[in-house]
Design a protein. Structure first.
Length: 175
C-alpha cells in the first residue's frame, strides 16, 4: 500500500549528474593536452621545413656565385632577389616566419672569416622541444639550439649542396 511517500532515497540523480560532469571534465582535459601536443609537433615540423628552406636558399646563393670562392648572403634581400648575374634569381620566394615566434626574426649565424655574411640560421625562441634530436641524431633541447646550416658537399656525379640541421653546440657562438 502506498502512503504518498517515495520508497527510494532521493539524491541519486544529483550524484549521477556530478559523476557525468567529472568524467566529461577529465576527458576534455586529456583532449586539451592531446591538442597542445599535436600543435607543438606541428610547430616543430614547420621549424624543420622553414629552417631547411632558408638553409637551401643560402646554399643556392653560394652555388650561384659568379666567381670563386663562394659568397654567402649579407642580408635577407640577397636571398629574395640575387642581382649578381645578368638575370635576377630568387633563391627564397619569401622570408618565412619562425613558427615559434610568429615573426621573420631568425637569428643569422655569421660565416666564419667573412664579416657580414651568414651561412646558417636558427630560431630565437627558447621554447622546449618535444623532439630531442635532429634528423641526423644531434641532440637539441630548445628551438634556438637547432641550427640550419648550408654545407656544400661536392660528390662525384652529384654536385650541389646538402642541408644538414646541426645543433648549435657544434657552431661557434656568434655573440
Amino acid at each position: 500500500m502506498r502512503t504518498g511517500k517515495a520508497s527510494h532515497p532521493r539524491g541519486f540523480t544529483y550524484l549521477a549528474v556530478l559523476f557525468l560532469v567529472a568524467i566529461t571534465a577529465a576527458g576534455l582535459a586529456a583532449l586539451g593536452r592531446s591538442w597542445t601536443t599535436a600543435a607543438q609537433r606541428e610547430r616543430e615540423r614547420e621549424l624543420e621545413f622553414r629552417g631547411g628552406e632558408i638553409a637551401r636558399a643560402i646554399a643556392s646563393y653560394a652555388r650561384a656565385t659568379p666567381n670563386p670562392p663562394a659568397q654567402y648572403p649579407k642580408s635577407w634581400d640577397d636571398l629574395l632577389e640575387d642581382r649578381r648575374g645578368l638575370k635576377a634569381r630568387h633563391h627564397l620566394r619569401r622570408l618565412y616566419p619562425d613558427p615559434f615566434t610568429g615573426q621573420a626574426d631568425w637569428e643569422r649565424v655569421p660565416e666564419p672569416g667573412r664579416p657580414g655574411a651568414f651561412s646558417a640560421v636558427r630560431s630565437r625562441s627558447g621554447q622546449a622541444l618535444l623532439r630531442q634530436t635532429t634528423t641526423d641524431a644531434s641532440p637539441v633541447m630548445q628551438a634556438k639550439d637547432w641550427l640550419f646550416a648550408a654545407r656544400a658537399y661536392e660528390t662525384p656525379g652529384r654536385p650541389g649542396a646538402a642541408v644538414v640541421p646541426v645543433p648549435a653546440a657544434s657552431m661557434p657562438n656568434p655573440r
